[in-house]
Design a protein around this ligand. Sequence first.
Ligand SMILES: Cc1cc2nc3c(=O)[nH]c(=O)nc-3n(C[C@H](O)[C@H](O)[C@H](O)COP(=O)(O)OP(=O)(O)OC[C@H]3O[C@@H](n4cnc5c(N)ncnc54)[C@H](O)[C@@H]3O)c2cc1C
Length: 274
Amino acid sequence: MIREFLLPETLQEALAMKEQHGDQAVYMASGARLNAAPTKTEKAIVISLSRLGLQSIKPSGVGLEGGWEIGAMTTLQQVIDHPELPEGLREAAGLIFSRNMRNQITLGGEIAANLQACQIVPALLAMDAEVDVVSDSEESCRMMVEAWQQRPYGLITNVIVPTTLGWCRSEKVGKSCAGLPIVSVSLAVNIKDGKQQFGIALAGVADKAIRLHDVEALITGQALQDREAIEEAVAKSVFPETDFLGSADYKRHLSSVLVGLLVAEFQEFNGRSN
Ligand SMILES: Cc1cc2nc3c(=O)[nH]c(=O)nc-3n(C[C@H](O)[C@H](O)[C@H](O)COP(=O)(O)OP(=O)(O)OC[C@H]3O[C@@H](n4cnc5c(N)ncnc54)[C@H](O)[C@@H]3O)c2cc1C
């Protein structure tokens, strides 16, 4: 049960409070997870992030087009309501059906919660998004969302959408629009040194969202045409488990079909823009 609710005004204060209370305390964004059954926190002390000025959306640098720096406390609805942000990111934020939830859930909280059914994290993984992290024990640094996910630590202050992002789309299948996604998939294309680089990430097929680096390596250039081979490679790269949402075979099938659909969509887009 939460017994103390701390409201630091600066990052330094927040870090000092975490250092002081250690495992007894937890950072709280909006509490969509920490304050809701059955995922309510058992920690006695909550360190609120609400007064740290982490709610902002700004272009990531002078002279750099397309990149964005988004404060970790920005809600999914604020992402959707910002028309200049990449369409693919806004679409992924909209995969969470309930506007009430989108008004509460924060971008940093979504990444930190690292849930199997997360819906915006696959898009962030696929597009090579990064996070700024501060902690009391290590130097502040900027790292890929994927790297943070492998070794979560500290306090996420910003989420960075790369300037190289050219295209991103997501698809999900669920039993109802408001239900948990059975599988959700994002495909993103970054343009680096004039070359297209593909990012594929999925949620629902492992205990957290994963990126399919092996399949990405297959789908450059000519291989993009071979949708069947891509779908087959996806089916061989995911190892979902059977649960109340569906069987492992069904989830594997969905994964390959959804990636195939997005690849076909990108091809169409690519064809139109060439
Ligand atoms: C009814 C319901 C249905 C939901 N359905 C879905 C769904 O279908 N798909 C989905 O993706 N989500 C869903 N969620 C929401 C999911 O639980 C939240 O997206 C997620 O927990 C983030 O919420 P939050 O930003 O309020 O973070 P909080 O609940 O405040 O925190 C979540 C975790 O992240 C940590 N944290 C938060 N911010 C930071 C930060 N900046 N740096 C480091 N750590 C941080 C906290 O310490 C905590 O461990 C649902 C929630 C509810 C209540």
